[in-house]
Write a protein that binds this ligand. Structure first.
Ligand code: B4P
Length: 190
């Protein structure tokens, strides 16, 4: 069983690489961003609140995303494993994930971080915004706010896994196939 945390700043390519990783290793892909966008599309009270925060480049409260992930782990714990994309995004979420996994007799195998500089992130997200319809992709100020939120609240999550000797970093710049090759090497070594 492989339980992979794919980590990186907004626009680092987590979603892009997750789609390929889930096929190769037959993992269940859990993207909190996708789950939240599903709630927004369905017009649920959770989605309405989440949209407000996401449109300001802010994170959604920990208990909301932890609750969404909890039920998915319980329902799928007998499969080949999970790829967590965009989760955990705070140290509190990382602690909660460890507890959720332990209560299901499984554990996080490791985290792979995709390194990409801010200029490249901004370029990618603005380009995605031309077609994605995502209101959080629409301008540079908002993207900067998301990167700031990442630096303040999410970057410390890498230290959390590093302290458990579970962190590997690879470059997230280059062709999608090249990055996928390096990511598979990192996953195989977990
Ligand atoms: P997410 O949906 O996780 O979105 P993301 O960080 O923007 O994207 P990702 O890294 O997956 O980039 P992608 O592959 O698409 O989060 C959105 C929001 O939801 C957050 O801001 C937050 O408000 C909320 N949220 C989500 N999870 C949360 C949590 N756990 N706690 C609290 N709040 C949470 O790649 C980006 C673009 O780059 C794409 O267009 C892609 O085609 C392109 N690209 C990918 N790889 C490339 C490459 N190698 N070269 C060139 N372009 C590339």
């Amino acid at each position: 069983m492989i339980n992979l945390v794919l980590f990186g700043p907004p626009g680092a390519g987590k979603g892009t690489q997750s789609d390929m990783i889930k096929e190769k290793y037959e993992l269940l892909h859990l993207s909190t961003g996708d789950l939240l966008r599903g709630e927004i599309k369905a017009g649920t009270p959770l989605g309405i609140k989440a949209k407000e925060l996401m449109d300001q480049g802010q994170l959604v409260p920990d208990e909301v995303v932890i609750g969404m992930i909890d039920s998915k782990i319980k329902a799928n714990k007998s499969g080949n494993g999970f790829i967590f994309d965009g989760f955990p995004r705070t140290v509190a979420q990382a602690e909660a994930l460890d507890q959720l996994m332990a209560s299901n007799d499984i554990s996080v195998s490791g985290m792979v971080a995709l390194d990409v500089d801010e200029e490249e992130l901004t370029k990618r997200i603005l380009k995605r915004g031309e077609t994605s319809g995502r209101t959080d992709d629409r301008n540079e100020d908002l993207i900067r706010a998301r990167v700031k939120e990442y630096e303040n609240k999410t970057a410390p999550v890498a230290n959390f896994y590093d302290a458990q000797s579970k962190l590997k970093s690879i470059s997230g710049v280059g062709s999608i196939e090249e990055i996928f090759g390096n990511l598979c090497t990192a996953v195989d070594s977990l």
